[in-house]
Design a protein around this ligand. Structure first.
Ligand code: GLY
Length: 339
C-alpha cells in the first residue's frame, strides 16, 4: 500500500520539478462543454471563400469536423487555384498528385499522400480516418481505396496547368534535385511565397467547443514524382489537441516536417504560449536551424487555442490568413513575419 505522506511528498516534488523545468500551463483541461463562440480560420486569401462555406456549417450548430471538411473543398474545386486540389500544378513529370489530412479534437485523424485522379482528397482522408484502422494511405494504395469507396477517377491536369507545366519545362527554373543548393526559384517562384503559395490549412472551433482541422494541397509545383510535403503528415502540416488547441502550416513542407511544426506549435501552447507566441517560436526554430535556407523560402504557421484565440507568423512577409466568426465575415489579416 502507498504511504499517504510519501505519496504527497513525491507529488509535491514532481510539481516543483515541473515548475523548474519551464513554463507550465495551468490551462490544460477537458474541452469546454458549455457553448462557446464558433470560429473558423484558414490560410491565404483563398481561405476567405473556404471559411464562408465552413461557417455555413458552424452557424447551424454543426460539428467542427464537418465545417473544415466542407470549407477546404472550396479551393480544392477552384479551377483558378493552382496549389490546391483539381487544378493544382503537376509534378516534374506532369502528374497531379494531391496531399490532404483531417483531424479532430480526440486525436482521430486520416490522411492521403501523392493521391492522383481524385478531385477532393480531403474526403478520402476523412474516409481513411473513419473507415480504416490506418492514418495515412499513399499513392496507388490511396487511389485504390478511394475507388473502392466510390470516388470518381478523373483527369485532374487542366489545360491551363498543362500549359504552365510546358512553359516550366522550357525554362525549368527549379530542377528538383537531392542537392538543394541547385534550386533557382527566380524572383516570383519563391517556394511558399505569394506567387507560389500553397496549402489551405483550416482550423475550426464549433459552438460545442470542439476543435478540428483540415489541410489540403497539390504540394510544390514541379516537385519530383512521389514527393510528399507536410500537409498529410499529422504533426507537421496539421495537429489538433482538444485540451489545448490546433495548428496548421503552409509553405515549404520539407522545413515543416523537419521540425514537426504543427505539433510543436500545439506543444508550445501547452507550455503556456499564446497562439501568436507559439507560431513565432516555431518559425524561429526553422530559421535558427537553417538560417541560410530560411531567407529564401516561406513557411507560415496558423494556430487557434481551445478558447478561440488566434495567432499566425511566417518567415517572409505576404502570408495572410482568413478569419470568420459571428462578428467578422470575409476578414483577411496579414501575418507578422521574421523578415
Ligand atoms: N506545404 C505544402 C507542401 O509543401 O507540400
Amino acid at each position: 500500500m502507498v504511504d499517504r505522506r510519501a505519496f504527497l511528498k513525491t507529488s509535491l516534488l514532481g510539481a516543483s520539478a515541473l515548475a523548474l523545468a519551464g513554463r507550465v500551463s495551468a490551462d490544460v483541461a477537458a474541452p469546454a462543454s458549455k457553448a462557446v463562440a464558433a470560429k473558423v480560420i484558414s490560410t491565404w486569401d483563398f481561405g476567405v471563400a473556404a471559411n464562408r462555406a465552413a461557417w455555413a456549417v458552424l452557424d447551424k450548430g454543426g460539428h467542427a469536423l464537418d465545417a473544415v471538411e466542407t470549407g477546404v473543398q472550396v479551393p480544392e474545386a477552384d479551377l483558378k487555384n493552382h496549389s490546391v486540389g483539381r487544378a493544382g500544378y503537376p509534378d516534374r513529370d506532369g502528374r497531379v498528385t494531391l496531399d490532404a489530412s483531417i483531424m479532430d479534437a480526440d486525436g482521430n485523424c486520416g490522411a492521403v499522400a501523392a493521391l492522383e485522379h481524385i478531385a477532393h482528397p480531403i474526403l478520402v482522408a476523412r474516409r481513411v480516418m473513419e473507415r480504416t484502422p490506418h492514418v495515412l494511405l499513399v499513392g496507388d494504395g490511396a487511389l485504390q481505396f478511394a475507388l473502392e469507396q466510390g470516388f470518381k477517377k478523373e483527369e485532374l491536369l487542366t489545360p491551363e496547368s498543362e500549359k504552365a507545366w510546358h512553359e516550366w519545362l522550357k525554362t525549368a527554373h527549379y530542377q528538383p534535385s537531392a542537392n538543394s543548393e541547385v534550386r533557382d526559384y527566380g524572383k516570383t517562384g519563391l517556394p511558399g511565397g505569394h506567387d507560389n503559395h500553397d496549402t489551405i490549412g483550416m482550423l475550426a472551433l464549433d459552438a460545442q467547443g470542439r476543435l478540428a482541422g483540415a489541410c489540403t494541397t497539390s504540394g510544390m509545383a514541379w516537385k519530383l514524382h512521389g514527393r510528399v510535403g507536410d500537409s498529410p503528415i499529422i504533426g507537421a502540416g496539421l495537429y489538433v489537441d482538444g485540451e489545448i488547441g490546433a495548428a496548421t502550416s503552409t509553405g515549404v513542407g520539407e522545413e515543416v516536417i523537419r521540425n514537426a511544426g504543427s505539433f510543436l506549435v500545439v506543444e508550445l501552447m501547452r507550455q503556456g504560449r499564446t497562439p501568436q507566441e507559439a507560431c513565432h517560436e516555431a518559425v524561429m526554430r526553422i530559421v535558427k536551424r537553417r538560417p541560410d535556407a530560411a531567407k529564401d523560402l516561406q513557411v507560415g504557421f496558423l494556430a487557434m487555442n481551445r478558447h478561440g484565440d488566434v495567432g499566425a507568423w511566417a518567415i517572409q512577409p505576404g502570408f495572410s490568413y482568413a478569419v470568420c466568426d459571428a462578428q467578422r465575415q470575409d476578414t483577411l489579416l496579414p501575418a507578422k513575419s521574421v523578415y
